[in-house]
Design a protein. Structure first.
Length: 106
């Protein structure tokens, strides 16, 4: 058969299969536990995206940190970690980046 004479199957679903499913069952879906601790800190001196990146990079290097979001406009840094972080460790990381940790945000 050529492309012009091949029968076509109606498209239902995704490109993966004619039935519209890429997967055959719930075993393919994995939900990881989200046991994490989130803390918000106030950092003095951040004024731009470069500042945000420097602070985020240093805090991300701390053991157990899973995510960091620094926002220069508010001076706030949100840190998620597997366990609570020692404030002294966060302070040292912020200091290494060249900024000042004021403390935990209220």
């Amino acid at each position: 058969m050529t492309a012009e004479t091949e029968p076509t199957t109606p498209s239902t679903g995704s490109c993966c299969s004619p039935t519209g499913s890429c997967h055959d069952g719930a075993a393919d879906v994995r939900i990881e536990p989200t046991d994490s601790v989130t803390a918000v800190y106030e950092v003095k001196g951040m004024t731009c995206g470069h500042c945000e990146g420097a602070v985020s990079e240093e805090i991300s290097a701390l053991g157990g940190v899973t995510s960091v979001e620094a926002v220069a406009a508010t001076g706030r840094v949100t840190v998620s970690s597997k366990a609570p972080l020692a404030e002294d460790a966060v302070r040292a990381a912020v200091d290494e980046a060249g900024y000042e940790l004021v403390g935990r945000a209220a």
